[in-house]
Design a protein around this ligand. Structure first.
Ligand code: B12
Ligand code: SF4
Length: 519
């Protein structure tokens, strides 16, 4: 029987405990494992090294023990180098193991990823369920690589990219994720829909512009299975915009209340300020949501207008005021470092954040993810950007240093981030909240302060950067400015084709994501 090992690789240092020492396991791996075991005779094992806080050597040891035919690794951009390093160690252990990289980084830079990291044999572009299954078929000798869509691979010195893999429009046709193959955790992120109609300059939105949804019944089934399996404290909904179909969101919460799920777990979601009305907020309250997160991103008029999110100060204020009125706790995301940003425009965002006054403000520094408009502008050094790093380890989120600016230094940017937090609390006389917040996120706050004051990052105790890390990954930095620029155009074309195809396959989905009252 073919053996498949799926890995969420370790981190090389802990900058942000929330993401680098997560309390949650990786959703993508549960989805892939769920599909694979339903469609193939395979033996599957999953190692979530980040969650388990194990190091590269321990992953190699477990790999040797399991002796897989295929190893699939997942990576966001900030994780691609650790994933490549892990693949290099696995190739050293046994060169016959096929190494496959999937996730959003290789999806936006397919050829470049294989060029940069020879330790990956295959790259899976886009949704990975069917492509991975077909790679198992290839390993079994019943499918040729040319037949497999959504793949990049090497043929001699050439890198071949096969035609795009269409997204799975009917998400209901997929089995439930195989959470039981991952370690039990106290927090999970489930995905009830994929896709988002907006076009933010900083976001990859790799799931496409049409929300592909699961039914409320299937979502409830997943909640129940997870509760039975792990009895976690939190089950958060990781959707881009949970309420993109407002009646569906209302219905999911109705079922949560009927089944008593809202009393068994804490949960939160992320949504867009436009997709909120009073009955929905009241339903959130009844369903005992822990925190309602909404992306504000900017408070400066010009940045807000150019952002592509379709937000105005009025729609933002309305959503937060509504939540306050009903008594639902809110979290708001703000980004510093927009195109054309100046110290003054950042101050505008901070002042607006204080006016909105969310319960939990979350400031971050812009990261220029491949495939985005920000990456295109930064590569061209336009609109205030002075350059862009090609060391993917710089692509962290809240204190990420992926871009240089003409109007201010990175240090000034980091100080503005701290100022943002302080202003929201102090201007609103929320001194106790400030202490509570600082205590809750003390690890993150300390790493941030240490970075700002000393310029150094705190090294993880469990996975310090291996000595040969940079040496093994010496081929790094091959992605040119032109490739970064092109990644936006190529990816936008892919998204446009996908939107057309999804609309043809199920035109109702588009209608259902226009604003409709929740009841
Ligand atoms: C939910 C979510 C989270 C959750 C993660 C919860 C979890 N348990 O995994 C939280 C909030 C914690 C989070 C954190 C971060 N996130 Co996030 N997150 C998302 C979100 C909204 C959904 C991701 C998800 O789980 N989808 C469901 C699964 C099933 O889909 P998937 O991950 O895309 O996986 C599919 C394919 O990519 C592919 N695939 C993936 N891996 C593999 C591996 C193999 C072998 C194969 C074959 C295929 C394959 O197949 C999968 C199944 O179809 C996306 C945005 C989006 N639109 O998708 C952003 C997104 C993935 N996140 C992003 C980022 C940057 C981050 C952070 C770095 C930000 C931060 N520091 O706070 C951290 C990093 C976390 C970490 N290192 O562990 C970016 C990535 C951009 C980039 N180029 O790197 C995204 C795209 C959002 C954006 N702004 O554009 N995130
Ligand atoms: S609304 Fe959210 S998911 Fe949609 S494009 Fe903007 S940042 Fe991405």
């Amino acid at each position: 029987m073919t053996k498949v090992l799926l890995i969420n690789p370790p981190v090389i240092n802990v900058i942000e405990p929330w993401t680098d020492q997560p309390q949650y396991v990786r959703t993508a791996l549960a989805h892939l494992a769920g599909y694979l075991r339903n469609t193939q005779k395979v033996e599957i094992k999953v190692i979530d090294a980040k969650y388990e806080q194990i190091n590269f050597e321990e992953v190699v040891r477990r790999t040797e023990e399991f002796d897989p035919d295929i190893v699939g690794l997942t990576a966001f951009t900030s994780e691609i180098k650790p994933a490549a390093y892990q693949a290099a160690l696995i190739k050293k252990l046994n060169p016959n193991i096929l190494t496959v990289i999937g996730g959003v980084h290789v999806t936006t830079l397919p050829r470049e990823t294989l060029e940069e990291f020879p330790f990956f044999d295959f790259g899976v572009v886009g949704e990975g369920e069917i492509t991975l299954k077909e790679l198992v078929d290839y390993k079994k000798g019943v499918k040729s690589l040319e037949e497999i869509k959504g793949l990049v691979y090497r043929k001699g010195n050439e890198i071949i990219k096969t035609p795009p893999r269409p997204n799975i429009v009917d998400q209901e046709s997929l089995p439930l994720p195989a959470w039981d193959l991952l370690p039990k955790a106290e927090m999970y992120y489930i995905q009830t829909e994929k896709g988002c109609p907006f076009n933010c300059q900083f976001c990859v939105n790799h799931n496409g512009r049409v929300a592909r949804k699961r039914s409320p019944q299937s979502v409830i089934k997943e909640f129940e299975q997870l509760i039975n399996y792990a009895n976690p404290e939190y089950i958060n909904i990781g959707d881009e915009i949970f309420t993109v179909d407002m009646p569906r969101a209302y219905q999911i919460m109705e079922l949560m209340i009927q089944k008593g799920i809202h009393d068994k777990i804490k949960w939160d979601v992320q949504t867009h300020v436009k997709y909120i009305d009073e009955p929905l907020i009241e339903q959130f309250k009844r369903a005992k949501i822990y925190e309602l997160h909404m992306g504000v991103e900017a408070g400066d008029e010009i940045s807000l207008k150019n952002l592509g999110k379709g937000n105005t100060k009025e729609t933002i204020q309305r959503a937060f005021d509504l939540a306050r009125k009903v008594g639902v706790k809110t979290g708001a995301f703000f980004i510093l470092g927009h195109p054309g940003e100046t110290i003054k425009s950042m101050q505008n965002t901070i002042d607006f954040a204080a006016k909105v006054n969310p319960d939990v403000p979350m400031f971050s520094i812009m990261v220029a993810y491949p495939g985005t408009e920000i990456a295109r502008l930064a590569s061209k050094k336009e609109q205030g950007f002075a350059g862009i790093s090609r060391n993917w380890d710089d692509y962290r989120f809240r204190i990420g240093g992926s871009i240089w600016y003409k109007n201010f230094t990175k240090k000034q940017l980091e100080w503005m981030l701290i100022k943002g937090y302080l202003t929201v609390f102090i201007k609103n006389y929320r001194i106790i909240d400030l202490f509570k917040f600082a205590w809750k996120y003390r690890k993150a706050a300390l790493t941030l302060l240490s970075k700002v004051l000393t310029g150094k990052e705190v090294i993880s105790e469990y996975a310090p950067p291996p000595k040969d890390y940079e040496e093994i990954l010496k081929t790094s930095f091959v992605t040119s400015d032109e490739s970064m620029e092109a990644s936006k155009t190529t990816f936008a074309a892919f998204l446009a084709d996908e939107m057309k195809r999804t609309k043809n396959e199920n035109p109702e989905l588009v209608a259902e994501q226009r604003y409709r009252p929740s009841i």
